[in-house]
Structure formats: structure tokens, C-alpha cells
Design a protein around this ligand. Structure first.
Ligand code: DGP
Length: 118
């Protein structure tokens, strides 16, 4: 069972923010911003590439509710979804990172300094 499935089952503790029948939001253990949350489907889906359009439609209002609950709906926030190895996905259970609570920078995401557009 993957780490996030264990969090869903309560086997691994987490600092929960919001829960519905389908989704769970909790604090990231390694925060990269004053507010850094993870939003996951409770059912195991490995990555975005496997996600159904129904799941993505349903998770949207859940994420918006989380943002409102955290007071980020007006100030703004960033959503990140790492998909697969090159995308930097470490936990093989679909998750959005929701970051906020400060004005976020827009760093380079690749070791190369510049990239030619294709
Ligand atoms: P990613 O690289 O996109 O797969 O991000 C995985 C994130 O999950 C990373 O920011 C750290 C977080 N994380 C890993 N294990 C745990 C855990 O056991 N509990 C919590 N709350 N977060 C975790």
C-alpha cells in the first residue's frame, strides 16, 4: 500500500485540513511555502496520466473549498501536479500541491539555465 493510501486509512497520521467522501487534504510534511497542502483522491490513482475526467471535475470544487478555507481565495495560490519520473513525482499516488501564504517566486524548474522553445 502506498504512503498516501496509508494516510487515507489512518495508518500514517496526517494534519488534515478538509475531507470529503472522495478527497482528502492535509499538510505536506516538507513545506516549501508558509501554506503547503496536498490534495489527493482517497482511491488510489497513480498519476495524472491515469486520472479520469470525472475525477478531475470533482476535485476542482474540493480544491477551491480548501483555498477558501485557508483564506487564499483572494490572495492567490499555486497548484502543482508532478507527473511521473521526469515531472519529479516521488509519491506514486496522484496529488496536487497547493502553495500559498506569500508571494511565490517562479524559479527555474530544470537544471539548465535556458531552454529553446520547441
Ligand atoms: P511529489 O514529489 O510531487 O511526489 O511530492 C510528494 C510530497 O509528499 C512531498 O512534498 C513530501 C510529501 N510527503 C511524503 N511523505 C509524506 C507523509 O508521510 N506525510 C505527509 N504529510 N507528506 C508527505
Amino acid at each position: 500500500m502506498c504512503i498516501f493510501c496509508k494516510i487515507v486509512d489512518g495508518e500514517i497520521p496526517s494534519n488534515k485540513i478538509l475531507e470529503s467522501e472522495e478527497f482528502l487534504c492535509f499538510h505536506d510534511v516538507n513545506p516549501r511555502a508558509p501554506i503547503h497542502l496536498l490534495i489527493i483522491p482517497k482511491a488510489h490513482v497513480e498519476k495524472f496520466q491515469d486520472a479520469s475526467s470525472e475525477l478531475m471535475a470533482n476535485i476542482t470544487p474540493f480544491i477551491q473549498e480548501v483555498a477558501s478555507k485557508m483564506g487564499l481565495n483572494l490572495s492567490g495560490y499555486r497548484l502543482i501536479l508532478n507527473n511521473g519520473e521526469d515531472g519529479g513525482q516521488e509519491v506514486p499516488h496522484l496529488h496536487f500541491h497547493l502553495l500559498g501564504g506569500t508571494k511565490l517566486s517562479w524559479p527555474h524548474f530544470s537544471p539548465k539555465e535556458t531552454h529553446k522553445s520547441l
